[in-house]
Design a protein around this ligand. Sequence first.
Ligand code: PLP
Length: 381
Amino acid sequence: MITASEKQIPLLDLQAQHKQIRDEVLAQIVRVVDSQKFILGEEVQKLEAEIASYCQAKYAVGCASGSDALFLALMALDIRPGDEVLTTPYTFFATAGAISRMGAVPVFVDVEEHTFNLDVSRVAEILTRRPKVRAIIPVHLFGGCADMDPVCTIAQEHDCPVIEDAAQSIGSEYKGRRAGSIGQVGCFSFFPSKNLGGYGDGGMLTTNDAPLAERMAALRVHGRTGKYFHQWIGINSRLDALQAAVLRVKFRHLDSWTAGRQTNADRYRSQLAKLSVPVAPARPTEYQTRHVYNQFVIRCSHRDELQAYLKKQGIGSEVYYPLPLHLQPCFSELGYKKGDFPVSERLAAESLALPVHGDVAAEDIDYICNSIRSFYASRSA
Ligand SMILES: Cc1ncc(COP(=O)(O)O)c(C=O)c1O
């Protein structure tokens, strides 16, 4: 019998992952340090080529973070102050933060209950009503793609580019097409908790459009198109060679780590289905042909009490996201209020991410599911 104090299952275990690749990574770090070539360069170009091919995109452009990737995409697509950009309020702050940083205005659309992603059925009406919307950012949340075909069709009708926020979803597929290859631009994050996470910050843009790729590559180096020649006003958002070298090592393991996540997600679903608990486990829809489970999220009643109980059992969990963006103080000027996006608000109150990374063993999943069962059993007793 395992006691609560013995078992520790963190939501994310970067130490365990690092142990598997420590020698490989350190050798690459030493190589880059010895080269004394730290910014962009060959190492970054190699990573860009690998990521472009992996994401089924023609071009990839490395940058300093996923947040900057979104910002650079908006800059490259010529989004201007006062323009509106449509996205969801149920995402990490950076999605809307990038829009505001541009001087543009985030226009929120609620998400679907079962995918946590943009509710496409609401998009056409908003685009018709708000002619200042100049771009759409669907978010591929938690590792599953948004319903991209209708998004792209409506966007095309309104001449709006589509920027995929694929920060959490590298390798995810929509009807067999990889995240980041479907809209005009894909934005990725290499934040350490991502499925492909660096040893620090990093990000990448993908596109199939050559002039756009060139523009994004220039914008990340102050809009430079030649030595001390600046075609545009850009920013400093360079990916460094050390991060690229680490990411190239980790990239070789990405598919097997993703397979571990998928196996664990399947086990959660089958185990939770056997228990009669008020929990709805995440499940990909038919168009999400490859879900990569950056997070495995359940919806549950008495969420905060369950989380505290799991913590006592040594089980890490996290609430993504407790306050939807339309209710964040920094966006109060946008004029949204509680009740405007009921699905996002409900998910914010009910969602809980459980450990799903490849270092979680099958017996750990069983332990977590049993703990969930004990929690609800103790409440009904
Ligand atoms: C959906 C989403 N968008 C954007 C970002 C921003 O990425 P970064 O942290 O690399 O700036 C993140 C990262 O957490 C994210 O989850």
